[in-house]
Design a protein around this ligand. Structure first.
Ligand code: DGJ
Length: 734
């Protein structure tokens, strides 16, 4: 029976059962102290030992080292965390290199402990508890008796979320240095079953497109080797049944709370079993662990549901909003901002900014963000990164003057930084060429005319902190946009010895986290927004420091349908910023109506990014209307339940909706991508409403029952017959 405890240990059968009334995660200590995965799924009230791994002699599958029992082999056993080179030929979770050159790791169970709450992952972002009663953590101790490496496997189960989090700590108990070649955060082996994997790949300006494929024999790897969580492959996958859709079927969400190189490996083995290993990518990774030292991996968040992808997303959104995001703004309504980037690019001065402010403030816009180009002598993207002092040629009266102008309009003031990068044409480069990542004697790869600072060095972190804090201490600043416009190359630190060069990538990420932590702790009133050339670092690691991020430089609303849809699979709406840009769109050149741009941007954290001073009165009126509408419904959009109804990856009709926590309010968004002549009538069935409530649709005043809207549905309005069109309908329960 379910008791108040979240983790049970059956000493007789040597079985751990993590449970919370929604989910169960079951592990057994098998013959020889191997740790075997039994189950992760819907809650099981009374587990008696089902699914114990059968015994069978399989050809070419060796026995346990030291045993002659042919019916038991590491080669096929479903396991929890495997070492290397002792008869399990599937992808290993860890590889350590011993002083004799051997890379043999045989981890066996030693002991366990159960602790309340969840532990701190020092220096790394992670989910947390507010009080210890919210979760319990199982720590399983495994050891390799020959090399004296101890691995602690951490499993935290939340009481009120269908979530288990995992990470690993490895400690060197020998007298020697041991090299870690690979260390995953988690492994899970699943029995034979048909599975799909959904991932979120693509490229700059096309971030997080939904890709779904069947898992077949062989290995699939979803990875970033860019030292960034990347535009190209987000650190998130979902494993689903083939029949799983938005509303039904099993889905396991797997998310790495990390912003650097990552690797999600899926292998379907000789017995059609599936192994999943997730962690820091082993590409270029090596970490020298001295005697007595330990290494902590990033955390993996695992969610389970059998109610489809919307439920999976809903669970992840709630956890990320409430137990990963931190700080003053995690639950606050986010300000509607105007950013000058696409209005002026680098070509601005105080007068141009004043014009934007004069036009923006009366529309109800709440914050002005001064983007790239305000510092050093930067007039294009070729100089000044690293010189975080005001560009007096452009802004002779300094940043304080701009901040005053903004505040005088009753708006708050935001500023752009790119703390991790450096231009060759900068004072910082002249003074400290050693601060830049690069291999001595080799030319560095240039990207957007810039290099990357060596954030594995404490002096670099301190220098940038001091420059930034000097500005923040002197100018009233309410918001920072933290950009990062390239990926790492020539990953080498002049400050580290030869055998420590494989550590630079991870140390870089830890350095970035350290600076983010210092700034967010020392300036708790500043709202931080993550950005990386659009959405190149949209991940749960960044979310721990910054409650919102810029998902893409692509402002075209039709392209944004896919980007926001894909992003919503894993990340909460409050974290997804979305701006109304100009038409034609800056990147694509597509013409779209202001209404459609407003509808898409209002489906996230709304902002504007166009020269409002050049708009007609009619356009300004329309924007004012959009802003009033958004303000009235901002709580619902940013913190309500989000439901994807129809996918832009499958249909020309796209729809999604937001429902308030009490189900009394709902917003329905319908979009038509390409319309058809003599089109069929299109029907949308709502969801998440209270079947017993009566809802009034705001525009028409019509009344509908909750079950009527969900079971019978509504036809799209006729306007939907136009290309790139949108309609928004608001429902209020009586
Ligand atoms: C990339 C960002 O995504 C843009 O919004 C803008 O801030 C530019 N960088 C500025 O260089």
């Amino acid at each position: 029976m379910f008791n108040n405890r979240l983790i049970d240990f059956d000493d007789g059968q040597k079985i751990f059962h993590l449970h919370n009334g929604d989910i169960s995660y079951i592990i057994s200590v098998e013959q020889g102290g191997l740790l075997s995965h039994l189950y992760f799924g819907r809650y099981v009230s009374d587990y008696h030992g089902g699914r114990k791994y059968p015994r069978m002699d399989r050809g070419h599958s060796g026995n346990l080292p030291g045993s002659k029992d042919r019916t038991f082999s590491k080669d096929t056993l479903l396991q929890e965390y495997t070492g290397n080179n002792t008869g399990d030929y599937r992808n290993p979770a860890c590889i350590f290199e011993n002083t004799d050159g051997s890379r043999t790791v045989d981890m066996r169970y030693v002991d366990f402990e159960i602790v309340d709450g969840n532990p701190d992952l020092i220096g790394l972002p992670h989910s947390y508890v507010v009080n210890d009663d919210e979760a319990e953590t199982l720590v399983i101790y495994m050891a390799d008796a020959t090399t004296l490496m101890t691995t602690k496997l951490f499993y935290t189960i939340y009481r009120n979320f269908p979530i288990v989090t995992r990470h690993v700590e490895v400690q060197n108990d020998s007298d020697n240095n041991i090299m870690i070649d690979k260390i995953a955060s988690m492994q899970m082996d699943l029995p034979k079953q048909e599975l799909d994997v959904i991932s979120l790949p693509d490229s700059y300006a096309r971030e997080r497109q939904v890709q779904r494929q069947r898992i077949r024999r062989g290995t699939l790897q979803f990875e970033s080797r860019r030292d960034s969580s990347s535009h190209q492959m987000n650190p998130f996958i979902a494993l689903t049944e083939p029949k799983t859709d938005e509303f039904s079927g099993a889905a396991i969400g797997l998310m790495l709370v990390y912003s650097g190189n990552h690797q999600f490996n899926i292998e379907r083995d000789q017995s059609n079993q599936t192994r999943i290993t997730i962690g820091i990518s082993d590409y270029g990774f090596e970490w020298q662990l001295a005697s007595g030292e330990s290494f902590i991996t990033p955390e993996v968040i695992m969610s389970y549901t059998d109610n489809g992808l919307n439920k999976m997303s809903n669970t992840l959104h709630k956890l990320l909003r409430n137990r990963v995001a931190r700080g003053k703004y995690m639950h606050q309504q986010r300000p509607i901002l105007i950013n000058n980037w696409e209005a002026t690019y680098f070509d601005f001065n105080a007068d141009k900014i004043q014009n934007i402010l004069d036009s923006a403030a009366p529309l109800g816009i709440e914050m002005f963000v001064l983007d790239d180009g305000w510092f050093g002598h930067r007039n294009d993207d070729k100089s000044s990164l690293g010189d975080w002092f005001v560009n007096k040629n452009k802004l002779p009266k300094g940043l304080k003057d701009i901040s005053n102008r903004v505040h005088q309009k009753g708006m708050s003031f935001g500023l752009w930084f790119e703390p991790e990068c450096i231009s060759e044409d900068s004072n910082l480069f002249k003074m400290h060429p050693e601060y830049v990542l690069g291999v001595p004697g080799r030319p560095r790869t240039v990207s957007r005319d810039q290099y990357v600072l060596d954030f594995s060095r404490q002096d670099v972190i301190d220098n940038i902190y001091q420059q930034m804090s000097k500005i923040l201490d002197n100018v009233p600043i309410d918001y920072i946009k933290w950009d990062f416009n390239r990926n790492l190359t020539e990953v080498f630190s002049e400050a580290l010895s030869v055998e420590k060069q494989g550590e630079v990538s991870h140390k870089y990420v830890l350095g970035v986290y350290q600076l983010m932590n210092r700034l967010t702790q020392d300036y708790p009133n500043i709202l931080f927004e993550g950005c990386s050339g659009g959405g190149g670092r949209f991940d749960a690691g960044i979310l721990y420091y910054m409650p919102q991020s810029w998902p893409s430089d692509n402002n075209d609303p039709i392209e944004r349908l896919k980007i926001q849809y894909g992003t919503s699979l894993a990340y909460p709406i409050s974290s997804i910023t979305s701006h109304v840009g100009a038409s034609p769109d800056e990147l694509l050149g597509r013409f779209t109506s202001l209404y459609t741009r407003g509808a898409v941007a209002s489906s996230g954290t709304l902002g504007y990014e166009l020269d409002v001073s050049k708009l007609s009165d009619q356009e300004k009126d329309e924007i004012e209307e959009q802003i009033n509408f958004y303000k009235a419904h901002r709580q619902l959009v940013q913190y309500g339940h989000f439901y994807r109804l129809e996918s832009p990856f499958e249909s020309e009709h796209v729809s999604w909706m937001f429902v308030s926590q009490d189900a009394k309010q709902a917003l329905l968004f319908n979009f038509t991508v390409l319309a058809e002549v003599q089109s069929d009538f299109h029907l949308t069935k709502l969801c998440g409403l209270n079947p017993e409530f009566q809802y009034r649709e705001e525009k028409t005043g019509e009344i509908f029952g909750g079950d009527e809207l969900m079971n019978i549905g509504l036809y799209d309005e006729p306007i939907q017959n136009r290309d790139f069109s949108a309609t928004i309908r608001f429902f209020q329960a009586k």
